[in-house]
Ligand binder design. Structure first.
Ligand code: AMP
Ligand code: MG
Length: 406
């Protein structure tokens, strides 16, 4: 049988075959979770005007330069400037105005003394501190000058991005469209959870894990139902998937069993095979192919393998379609809390729990139930340990490569 493809190569092949779809314009309030398909240039200075960063009193520095706790200095209070006002006042020497956070700084004012360092006595303000030029002042354009590139294209639209777009008054943005993803689960033994279960049968869980993983990316799966291990049924349902979706996920029936027909059907439907079988555990039987621009994944039926292959290969592909420029998971190093052994000559993604000790060191331990049919081990896990292909033993105390999962 053909050599297994290494995981890193498999990932590269998937990404190399992945194309972005189209761009669409969405309302700001719907933009969260997309990637920008345009650079955003500042359409005004930010801040828009010079304003106060504190509740306090505007002064000329010289007026309060000798002020301190033992030598308070008193200035007459001439008025008040609230947020939302635009005062034409011009501050003169020997006077002060109350100013509130966010209110424009009027002409002549050099700094704002915080209310906390003053007292009021009728229409006089007593200053108990000196001040430096610009204290508690936010200057017009200090963050962005009009015309600056404020947000680069392909940036993920987080709540902060939405907020910055709103700050510029931008109501519509161009983003990359999300792909349509169809999910088919296969196996004679599978029953839908609303049906009665008979001996020898199991409930389908893969549709639920896969569609939930998609939902986390705000993608509604196209549900192709359950196919029997039957060529006609598979042909019919896989054809529908190829017509209706940009990315097709088929779980089960992709291994070497007598009734694993999924690959035959992919061949029959002229899906071009890019690889089949990866040197990775769980996930060995994984298939990847393309039909035109469409991506086709045959995922292992085992529940953990199915979900794990989704996160290792499918999710990076979807993110690339959606406009993410680089797949660069954040890798941490953590000390193993126990020995870890394996016999396979594959890269193992060990489901594990990352902990922090009192002195801030990261430690990690494998969860119970590492077999690829045991979802429980994944329920407990918050990370994956990379157990390298060529290694058979990782000793307690070794620093291992770890990736957080959700
Ligand atoms: P297969 O990849 O079809 O050989 O399936 C491998 C194992 O995963 C078998 O024990 C199947 O019963 C199980 N399995 C396959 N599909 C599902 C599914 N949708 N939900 C839960 N278990 C499944
Ligand atoms: Mg099967």
């Amino acid at each position: 049988m053909a050599k297994l493809t290494e995981y890193t190569e498999a990932l590269q092949l998937v990404l190399a075959n992945t194309r972005k779809i189209k761009t669409i314009a969405v309302d700001l309030s719907d933009s969260l979770g997309y990637f920008l398909a345009q650079n955003i240039f500042a359409n005004s200075d930010l801040p828009r005007f010079t304003s106060s960063a504190a509740d306090g009193y505007i002064v000329k520095m010289d007026d309060v330069k000798d002020a301190n706790e033992d030598n308070p200095i008193t200035l007459p209070l001439k008025g008040e400037i609230k947020a939302g006002d635009f005062s034409k006042v011009k501050l003169k020497r020997g006077e002060t105005y109350r100013i509130l956070t966010g209110a424009p700084i009027p002409q002549g004012a050099e700094s704002v003394v915080m209310k906390e360092f003053t007292n009021q006595n009728g229409d006089k303000i007593i200053f108990k501190t000196s001040t430096k030029h610009g204290d508690n002042v936010r200057y017009k354009g200090e963050e962005f000058k009009k015309g600056d590139k404020a947000i680069a294209t392909n940036t993920f639209i987080s709540p902060a991005v939405v907020g910055l777009l709103a700050t510029f008054g931008i109501r519509k943005v161009k983003v990359f469209q999300k792909p349509k993803v169809a999910v088919l689960v296969t196996g004679n033994e599978l029953v839908q959870i609303d049906k009665k279960i008979k001996p020898g049968q199991i409930y389908d869980s893969n549709f639920y894990t896969l569609s939930s993983a998609l939902k986390e990316m705000d993608i509604d799966a196209i549900n192709l139902g359950i196919a029997k291990d039957d060529k006609n049924d598979l042909l019919k349902k896989i054809s529908v998937g190829l017509e209706s979706a940009d990315i097709l996920l088929v779980s089960g029936g992709i291994s070497v069993g007598e009734y694993d027909y999924v690959q035959d059907i992919f061949d029959e439907l002229r899906v071009k095979k890019i690889f089949w079988r990866i040197a990775m555990k769980p996930g060995k039987p994984t298939y990847f192919g393309v039909k035109g621009k469409k991506l086709v994944f045959g995922l292992p039926g085992n529940p953990v393998a199915s979900l794990l292959v989704f996160s290792r290969l499918v999710e990076p592909a979807i993110q690339k379609v959606m406009g993410k420029l680089e797949h660069k998971p954040i890798i941490l190093f953590a000390r193993l809390e126990h020995d870890l052994k394996k016999r396979s000559k594959r890269l193992e993604f060990v489901r594990a729990k990352l902990n922090t000790t009192e002195n801030g060191e990261l430690t990690v331990s494998a969860t119970k139930g590492q077999d690829s049919h045991m979802l429980g081990g994944m329920v407990e896990a918050n990370c994956l340990i990379y157990f390298p292909m060529e290694m058979e033993l990782l000793n307690k105390g070794t620093k291992v490569k770890v990736e957080l999962i959700h």
